[in-house]
Design a protein around this ligand. Structure first.
Ligand code: FMN
Length: 172
C-alpha cells in the first residue's frame, strides 16, 4: 500500500491570533513536512500557476472570488498519475468554509475510485468547515475518512494530535 500527501499551503502574509505576519512557510506545509517525517509517504505540493497575492486582504478577496465563481485555477504541475497510491492524505487550509479551489482542480483531474482519502485542514476557528462533506460529494467513489482539524497558528505544537490521528487511521 502506498501513501501520498497532497497539500496546498500559502506562505506570505497571514493572520495569527489577532496580528498579521509574513511567514516563510505556510501552516499546512509545516504539517505536511511533519507527516512526511513520521510515515513512509510521497509528497506533492499543489501550487497555482498564478498564486494568490502576498497581502492577506487581497488574497482573501481573490480566494473568495474563485469560490463564488467556481473557478478552477490552473496548477503549476500535477503528478503524472496517482494510480500507485491507495491512500491519500489531502491537506489544505480552510478557505471560506471549505478547501481552496486549487484543491478542486486537483480532485477533478484524477480518478479516485477505490482510494481512501484522509482530509487534514488547518484553520483559524472554522474547523473542517464543509470540506469533508464537499469531498464526499466530489469523490463519491472514494472512501473519505474523518478529518483532522488543526489550528494553523499552533501547528508547531501539534505533533501529538497528528500522531494519534495517523495511528487511529492505521497510517502509523
Ligand atoms: C483566503 C483565506 C480564507 C480563509 N478562510 C478561513 C475560514 O473560513 N475559516 C477559518 O477558520 N480560517 C480561514 N482562513 C485561515 C486559514 O485557514 C489558516 O490561516 C490556515 O492555517 C492557512 O494555512 P496555510 O498557511 O497552509 O496556507 C482563511 C485564510 C485565507 C488566506
Amino acid at each position: 500500500m502506498s501513501t501520498l500527501i497532497a497539500y496546498f499551503s500559502r506562505a506570505d502574509e497571514n493572520y495569527f491570533g489577532g496580528e498579521m505576519r509574513y511567514i516563510e512557510k505556510g501552516n499546512t506545509e509545516i504539517v505536511a513536512e511533519k507527516i512526511a517525517g513520521m510515515i513512509d509517504t510521497d509528497v506533492f505540493k499543489i501550487e497555482m500557476e498564478t498564486p494568490y497575492a502576498k497581502e492577506y486582504m487581497t488574497c482573501i478577496n481573490e480566494a473568495k472570488e474563485h469560490k463564488n465563481k467556481g473557478i478552477r485555477p490552473a496548477l503549476k504541475a500535477l503528478p503524472e498519475s496517482i494510480d500507485a497510491y491507495d491512500r491519500i492524505i489531502l491537506a489544505y487550509p480552510n478557505y471560506w468554509g471549505t478547501y481552496p479551489m486549487a484543491i478542486v482542480t486537483f480532485l477533478e483531474h484524477f480518478d479516485f475510485s477505490g482510494k481512501t482519502i484522509y482530509p487534514l485542514c488547518t484553520n483559524e476557528g472554522s474547523g473542517m468547515g464543509n470540506s469533508e462533506s464537499d469531498l464526499k460529494k466530489t469523490l463519491p467513489s472514494a472512501q473519505v475518512k474523518k478529518g483532522l482539524s488543526l489550528t494553523g497558528s499552533t501547528v508547531n505544537r501539534a505533533d501529538n494530535k497528528i500522531q494519534s490521528w495517523l495511528k487511529g487511521n492505521g497510517l502509523l
